[in-house]
Design a protein around this ligand. Sequence first.
Ligand SMILES: Cc1ncc(COP(=O)(O)O)c(C=O)c1O
Ligand SMILES: N[C@@H](CCCC[NH3+])C(=O)O
Length: 419
Amino acid sequence: MDHFQFRDGVLHAEDVPLPAIAEAVGTPVYVYSRATLIRHAKVFREALSLLDNAHIAFAVKANPNLAVLKVLGDEGLGADVVSGGELTRALAAGIAPSEIVFSGVGKTHAELIQGIEAGIGQFNLESEEEGYELSLIAQRLGQRIPCALRVNPDVDARTHEKISTGRAENKFGVPLDRATEIYAALSAEPGLEMRGIAVHIGSQLTSMEPLETAFGKVGALIAELRAHGCRVTHADLGGGLGVPYRKDESTPSPAEYGAMVARVTRGWDVRLSFEPGRVITGNAGVLLTRVIRTKRSGNGPPFVVVDAAMNDLARPAMYGAWHDFDAVTPTGERMTAHIVGPICETGDTFAMDREIDAVAAGDLAVFRTAGAYGATMASSYNSRGFVPEVLVDGGRFAVVADRIAPAEILEAERVPEWL
Ligand SMILES: Cc1ncc(COP(=O)(O)O)c(C=O)c1O
Ligand SMILES: N[C@@H](CCCC[NH3+])C(=O)O
């Protein structure tokens, strides 16, 4: 069930009319539905019920808001983190260290120490070099660290090139043809407990074929590793499942994904783990915005200038991504328009020539599917400050991240006395 629905002609988040949030918090503002987050966590878990004891680590990068992490942690999800900052957040949200996986191609020395000291469940090593460094630190601290080796299966995930991670030319993981040699070498390291393989080929995957190909390669690798006498008890199959960004788009369901995984991994004899991000939070959030004004330009469609911009929601400017745009109180009339933000850059465009609900200055509207890679990718470009976040729960809501005003950002800057 969709928790962002129209009631009496007004778009609600659960039982809260969005104008009430705009009134209380201002716009632009991200609005998340707790019920949707919980439902998505349950659906994903249910989809993996064919597997024995699958571990689900939410990819914190998709939505690192503390309250969101708390909701998902309370649903039994662990966390996949890629920085010391994300690790700190996951712990602050109450997620047990043992449920945390540390991924990332550039973990610093300090971050490796931070992860060890926190006692996290697994490091996903992205290179041989990282493995040796971790082993040295672990030995110094008198520990043996559970690790998986991330492999790069050289599979085209058929997604946007900037979010594809599993082709040979991408920076992630170790090449498949060197994986056995590297895994065997790292297994001999006294500071490491090599226990498995990790793979993640990209994000917003709308076809399961590339995933299936990649997982097939991981299965073959596990067999090869065992034939070489290596111990393999775990496999981390990453995240990447796409979500529909357009009303007419269909993407593989978690159930189809789960069935495919169960089929491909039959007989692997490992504990499987997953790192879903977008599929958990994407459709659990909208970016609520207000139309500043509409303006005509030449003979083309009018520009609808909204108070959200590329600094608040970067995906359209960065990847040409589509986010559905709906009026909060639609009149039933439609118009064709370009939707743009106030930033002084042509790239600050959410949509061109889009047929949308007719809107006018002062109207509220939402960009949908903004709960993943939304607020977390915000910047303060054009000195616009940071957009706040609100969590809705039934008929109540709370601000779960304050708006950071431009003046507050200015406070962190100094003019040296010699100027
Ligand atoms: C290592 C890793 N795991 C998990 C994810 C989460 O991906 P998604 O949000 O597409 O599920 C990502 C991002 O693509 C990632 O890089
Ligand atoms: N930031 C990307 C997803 C990146 C996934 C990173 N592993 C997006 O908004 O689609």
